[in-house]
Design a binder for this molecule. Sequence first.
Ligand code: ADQ
Length: 468
Amino acid sequence: MQERSSFLIVANRLPVDRVGESEWRRSPGGLVTAIAPVMQRRDGAWLGWHGAADEKLEPFDYDGMHLIPIPLSALEVERYYEGFSNATLWPLYHDVVATPVYSRVLWDAYRRVNERFAQAAAEAADEGAVVWVQDYQLQLVPAMLRRLRPDLRIGFFLHIPFPPAELFCQLPWRREILEGLLGADLVGFQRPGGASNFIRLSRRLLGLPHQKNEIHVDGRVVRAQAFPISVDFGEYDNLVRRPEVIARAKEIRAELGDPDHVLLGVDRLDYTKGIGQRLKAFGELLAEGTIQPGEAVFVQIATPSRERVEEYRRLRNDIELSVGRINGEHGILGMQPVQYLHQSYTRQELAALYLAADVMVVTPLRDGMNLVAKEYIACHHDLRGALVLSEFAGAADELKHAFLVNPYDVDGLKRAMVAGMRATPHELARRMRFLRRRVSTYDVNRWAGEFLSALERPSTVQPLASAG
Ligand code: ADQ
């Protein structure tokens, strides 16, 4: 029998990607960076899918972490991951910006895969262990795990928004999802609004009483609270001070033809990110002559994402069409106003791009947090650079000194982009100082630390014995 761990992370994916046949590399992302030290300190294990369908792998150690691969069949990838997670929950939780698919076949797969994760966690956890379940793909795991192992301390964190009742109630399995989450001792959200939506829904759909942010269920108390996620500030701040990154940023500007303004978008190619809206605004600024070709270049980096889901294929076509149209109408030989790159980059190259950009354009229609906005801030110790930020990103709660916009308002978007380009260095420095103060003090280590200490702190509220 394998050794049991006193600290477990349960996530859809393991924190590693395969390179070649059997080599692994740590996947990029703040979550791993924040959690790896805790894992090493506490003899932790991480359960998740390793990324290949129809393949069973034995647990293995990597970089001080014990990794437990959970197998998924090709059909489960299609139904649980691409289907229920990304064609049902993702659009529903993001304000229905695309139409969610409601299918019993997809739901069945979601339930079955969640059960498998819960079983594996129950087997891997030591007596009284702390288990931290991540994100929308695994919302049933807390309750399933509690049934198997009532001795565990279970936390759950939702990385995407938690919708209001008006939207959530569309879900045919709304009770099951709520009950699944309520299996945790602590349910974390990006924004206070997510926590209050959850508390209100528990009352409305399940009749559960609450005191402030503590819900009474089955003689237990479940706390719902916001923990806004952040980035590894120090990592980016160090990167952009390195001579090779500074040189690369200069080179990027030169390759773009040394325009007065470099505008930048960096996103997964996802319909929630508002990429079409920002391109439309930029195209209109060129069409009406507010900016001249050559004066400004828009660089849009769009990482390939969920390419087998229909909506994502359609989005890619739409974006590529609109890039082609803007460049066709406003480009001149050797100079295209929009540079579109459908590729992934290393952190170092991303840091150089952030450093090179005068205006960072982050315009999601809805976003749990948005780490790109915070990464950009971490890259500007020079106090240069303007952040145009959607008020519908979780990050807008903390980053009030950005140029805040409603991405549905094209004129407002145009005004904010122009304001970012024309602001004085003094004004930009003033805003950037506030933004950096926030992101440097509340970084991803603090996020993980605060979640875990809240999870391990017993509630002071007496459970109502009869509730539930
Ligand atoms: P995402 O929707 O993926 O995350 P985001 O928070 O912006 O959105 O994170 C994207 C990450 O991918 C960033 O760290 C960024 O640097 C990286 N990235 C983007 N394009 C890249 C490229 N071309 N090459 C390499 N890296 C690239 C979900 C939620 C968010 C929430 C996070 C964390 O949707 O709202 O902020 O989880 O909780």
